[in-house]
Design a protein around this ligand. Sequence first.
Ligand code: FE2
Length: 364
Amino acid sequence: MSEDFLPLNGTDYVELYVGNAKQSALYYQYAFGYELIAYAGPETGIRDRASYVLKQGKIRLVLTSPLQTGGIISDHILKHGDGVKVLALWVDDAEKSWLETTSRGAESESEPKVLSDQFGEVKVASIKTYGDTIHTFVERKNYTGVFLPGYMPRKSTYTPTTIGLMYIDHCVGNVALGEMNKWVEFYENVMGFKLLITFDDKDISTEYSALMSKVVSNGNGYVKFPINEPAEGKKKSQIEEYLDFYNGPGVQHMAIATDDIIHTVGELRKRGVEFLEVPASYYDDLLDRVGKIDEDLQPLKDLNILVDRDEEGYLLQIFTKPVQDRPTLFFEIIQRKGAKSFGKGNFKALFEAIEREQELRGNL
Ligand code: FE2
C-alpha cells in the first residue's frame, strides 16, 4: 500500500459565512446546544469581520459576518446566502499538505502562513474545492489557545447543556450536472482519497427526480465527502434546486453523529428545529426490512427517525429542513450501530419528503 501523502487527523472546523453571525450564533446555541467558546472582531483587533466559534463534542462551527459591504465575505453572502465557506482539515504539517495537494493540481486559495499570539502559533494554508468552498489545512501542535490566534475566549450567559452531538460523520457537496466525476477525481488524485461507494440514479430515483452520488474517504476514514450531482428525472432534481438557490456548487449537508439519537432529536424538536417527515406507513414494515434493533419502535416513529441496515450493522438517521430560507444547507443527525453506509434504504422515502417540500416552494 502506498503511503498516505495527506494524513488527516479529522475535521478541524467548519466555517459558515452568514448574514448575521451574532444571531446565527444564538440559534446554534439555543436550538442545537452548541457552546460559545471564542470570538474575533473589532474588539480583538479584527477590523473587517465578526466570527463566533461554537463547540459541541469534537465539532467546531465558526460563524462569520462581514462588517462592511464589499469584499470576499460580503460577496459570498450576496451570491450564496448563508453557507459553508471553509471545510478545515486538521493536519500535522500544513505546509506539506499544501505542497502535496497544489503539486497535484489543487488551486491555492492562500499560501502557508504562520499565525501567532501569546498562546503559540498555528500554521494554515488553503486550497480551493468545488464552487467557492475551500479546504484550510490547520496545523495546531504548537498552540494552546482557545481556537486560533486573533480569537479571544468568549462565553455566553446562556450555557446550553449538550444534546449529544459528537463529531462530523460526513460532509456532502452538491456539484453541477456532469461534474461529479471531476470532483471525485480531484479528491482521489489531489487529496489521496479513495472512492468508497457509488450510488447511481437507479439507487436514488423517485418517481420525479433523481441524483447520483459518490462517496470519497481519506485514508483513515475520519473524513468522508459524498459528492452529488443532479440526474435526469421527470421533474427538477433536489440538487438542481440547491444549485439554483446557492448559485453554484456548495455544501449541501453536514451529518453529525450522536450516540443517542432519540435524546438528540427529541431535544432538537423541543427547541423548534424542523425535520423532514416521512409517512407513518414507513414504520409499518420497518422491522421486517431492517430486522431486530435495540430501540423501541414507538419513539422512532414519534420523532420520525429512519433506520437502515447494511452487512455490518444498522444506522438511525434524520434530516433537518434547510436551516436558512434558501433551500440550501441542512443537517443530518446520524447514529451508527455498526453500519458504515449512508442509509440507501431510506433514500426513496427521504427524497419523496424533500420533493413534497420542493413542491410547497414551487420548485419541483
Ligand atoms: Fe448524509
